[in-house]
Design a protein around this ligand. Structure first.
Ligand SMILES: [Zn+2]
Length: 326
């Protein structure tokens, strides 16, 4: 047993152990020899630990690129299978969360989970020894560890600074659960404030008030589903949207398929447009309650509706009307 292993009572498998010399430049390891239990250890410039590639220069660029590639591969394979099996949108989204999970909340929750398990592990465990060293260097200001800083930042952001200060908590599952909940709440708050600051989302924020899966996404007719989704998210060629790309003021984005001289926005398309075809499809599909004496409130109620019949009719109207705007 080597001195280090003996001191900390570590059992190291020399066959599976490799050495990486960390530094700004790639070290010349031909003159260096590392020995453990009388066996020479192989020196490598990078290695994979818990699925993450660690590079000699401490940069995670290669690891991030690798994870990005893996996530893309997993996502496209998943979408392909979902299309072949004709799975519904809610099932696809659930599978995406479970199989790909590149989401920042998940990553931060895992960081805290790993840190929590580290605190609970035996003092003699190599990772615990390294953490204690890192923590003491970080606390004294001798070395600013990015990972330690990240753990502290996550706890601070979740209002759990006292856990970082005391390095103690009651239950790991409680800690992970509360961190996840607080991070999700913050994500939704950020999402809401970003929406409020975007003028192009002025109608969207009126009807999209909750961060949840919308019922229209489960509607079986894919063309209708796509049309509603495009209409809600400004992914159309109605004048309100195309005028923005041309740099026109909102009041100058007039409807180009009728002569009403009105701004071609969502309200105009649904309730006002005098184009013959739009009027035909409006009469054919849109429920009378919304069409007669329309108002801004009715527009919001229509796009917020969870009624299957209303969703089907809105979808049929939009999939016929939106292609008229070119
Ligand atoms: Zn019009």
């Amino acid at each position: 047993m080597c001195d280090f292993c003996e001191k900390w009572k570590l059992k190291i498998n020399s066959d599976k152990t490799k050495v990486t010399v960390f530094g700004f430049r790639r070290a010349d390891t031909s003159t260096l020899q590392f020995v453990c239990n009388g066996q020479s250890l192989e020196t490598v410039h990078c290695f994979r630990y818990l699925g993450v590639i660690m590079n000699y220069n401490g940069s995670f660029k290669i690891a991030i690129e690798e994870l990005h590639k893996q996530a893309l591969r997993a996502m496209f394979a998943l979408l392909n299978k979902c299309r072949k099996l004709q799975l519904s949108v809610d099932v696809t989204l659930d599978l995406f969360d479970k199989l790909v999970t590149p989401l920042c909340v998940t990553v931060k929750k895992r960081i805290i989970g790993y840190w929590g398990r580290l605190l609970e592990s035996k003092e003699s465990k190599l990772s615990k020894i390294m953490y204690n060293q890192l923590h003491s260097l970080h606390s004294s200001g001798a070395y600013a560890s990015p990972w330690v800083s990240q753990v502290k930042q996550i706890l601070d952001d979740c209002g759990l600074s006292y856990i970082w200060i005391t390095q103690k908590y009651n239950n790991i599952n409680w800690l992970k659960k509360i961190v996840e909940q607080k991070l999700k709440d913050q994500f939704i708050q950020r999402w809401q404030s970003e929406l409020t600051s975007m003028t192009s989302c002025d109608t969207y924020i009126e009807f999209k008030q909750e961060f949840k899966l919308e019922k229209y996404l489960m509607y079986e007719n894919q063309n209708s589903r796509q049309a509603i989704c495009n209409f809600r998210t400004n992914n159309t060629r109605i004048p309100k949207v195309t005028g923005r790309y041309k740099g026109l003021e909102r009041s100058e984005r007039m409807c180009n398929i009728c002569d009403s001289h009105c701004v071609g926005d969502e309200y105009h398309v649904l309730f006002e447009c005098k184009n013959v075809n739009v009027m035909y499809y409006r009469k054919k599909y849109l429920p009378k309650y919304y069409v007669y004496s329309p108002s801004k409130i009715k527009l919001i109620l229509l796009l917020r509706s969870n009624n299957s019949g209303v969703i089907a009719k809105t979808g049929a109207f939009l999939r016929n009307v939106l292609p008229l705007f070119k």
